[in-house]
Write a protein that binds this ligand. Sequence first.
Ligand SMILES: [Fe+2]
Ligand SMILES: [Fe+2]
Length: 277
Amino acid sequence: MTAAADRPRRTIVQLSDVHLLAEGLQHGAVDNFANLDLVLGRIEDSELRPDLLLLSGDLADRGEAAAYRRLRRRVELSSERLGAPALYLPGNHDDRPTFRAELLDETPSTAPIDQVTWCGGLRMVAMDSTIPGEEGGELEAEQLAWLCEALAEPAPEGSVLALHHPPVSSPIASMSRIALQHPEQLGEAIAGSDVRVILAGHNHHAMAGTLRGILVWLSPATSYRADPLAPEGSFRGYPGMACSRVDIEGDSVLASAVVVAGEEPIVELPVGSMPER
Ligand SMILES: [Fe+2]
Ligand SMILES: [Fe+2]
């Protein structure tokens, strides 16, 4: 068994809630393709070479085939340049059959899209928390049984669980109402497993929570940002885009929101002017 300290650092770039359209602007105002392009461009321009690009749902705003094709073309471009594969999971705005056909090259079907992939010895379990036709989410009993099976043996570098709907409530009450139903069932399924962190999206704001003591990280969206200070019962979105950088090293998990504002840095210290790690 490899000691935790000897395990390599794995870095996941999480992009969430792209809400891409075949053409036009979301809410008549947001150019989601331009936002995605800016976020991916910032990652490419950095020195970061992530192990994985995780796209955590609400990828096509209306589930259009042309929107998925547009998304895939742009993501695959970055994927190749970065040498990092892309892992796509669906959200409530996505359409399972079209998602399957356009992003996974699979025969269209309405069955949940649950997947296991690997980053070296790190196991990525991506689950489909959507309920077709509804905004809220759930994991069916069969899916929870599948999850227990997938996690039965510990992975060399542990596991990451990714799903669109957060298994925690939100400071925005209207989002809490459409979060994952019965999160305690998910907590039961992963209790005692090697899951290091749960990565979710859906809320369009960065947030950390816990489920059974396991870190739950909600990535901000690449499309626009929701305001946790909006009046009770309302929902307010502002322009702004971001993604997440998640670093996993042994038992240590670092989750960072990376806001992409397109501005020049106000301070930039040269290499060697900061203490070495
Ligand atoms: Fe969304
Ligand atoms: Fe969503």
